[in-house]
Write a protein that binds this ligand. Sequence first.
Ligand SMILES: [Zn+2]
Length: 384
Amino acid sequence: MNDALSIAQDLLRCPSVTPADAGALGVLERLLGDAGFDVHRITFSEEGTSDIDNLYARIGTEAPHISFAGHTDVVPPGDEAAWSHGAFSGDVKGGLLYGRGAVDMKGGIACAVAATLDYLAANGGKPKGSISFLITGDEEGIAVNGTVKLLQWAAARGETFDHCIVGEPSNVEEMGDTIKIGRRGSQSGTLIVDGVQGHVAYPHRASNPVPDIAALIVALSGDPLDAGNAQFQPSNLEFTSVDVGNTATNVIPAQAGAKFNIRFNDHHTQESLRDLIDKRLVAATGNRIRAHIVWEPCNADSFVTRPGAFTDLVVSAIEEVTGRKPDLNTGGGTSDARFITRYCPVIEFGLVGQTMHQIDERTPVSDLEKLTKIYRGVLERYFG
Ligand SMILES: [Zn+2]
């Protein structure tokens, strides 16, 4: 039986801690191949990193084309002795499926495969369009041999995508409470203030950067960066450490630094955001304080899939199964959806994320059944 539970158990029993595959993609290759998918296994390499296996499988040649995306790699189990059931056992106890990746995100992939196989079986083995799976083994690691290259590879073959669902655990408390429709961007930097070193007893011969950096931190933290909008909360600049590194009590230090991170919405690009902060810094230093910002490289711009026909269709499938109207949310950290958004509208909807990356990662088996029904309902509506 190719139900979501048995597929999830087969996946969980492969200890695919990044960068290992340990047979996980083979499980999907067999199931999708048997169902008539055109299956490709692609290995990507880059100097200084481990080779990573990826999988692309498609059935149908026509539009519309919906893709399920995800990753079969998992984070390490931590102290395996601390697990109530083996981290790679796929055991079910008390209606709960245990294992590293149960919710993040082998469980979600299993539901998408089960829903697709069921849909195909009910429709003469062919969708009225195309269904594909974009699955990487490099999401939890440095993610250089994963989704970015897989999408480039697919584009070079002439593949085009109309919509994509990433099966990351988007729900916060209960199945159906949250769809992620975007993410904020992330930009880090260090504020540096240069003073003049000197003896504390002769401050007129020195220039102390410590009170100056304190004033600049207050100035840069004070004014909001924007007011947010319907899809996003306001952008936020947060200082995370202040560093002077001075071990002497009788020396005014020459320099002070302070690290910060900005989570930003779609009112800004990386460039406009850096410009805005640099301008505010110039205004705050007022010609007297010598300060500048060293910006970190940033590969996480914000993105959003605006609510519309596609999100309505997913919401309706969720409501039918759970009776809940999901929140369309852009909170939380980053995922591979930030790369997929360059190719087609993408949303994230999967299991409940509460135990992800924890000891005893687990999901109720009933949630697997619900998610399979929801994905099935999405396919029905999408091609209906
Ligand atoms: Zn994940």
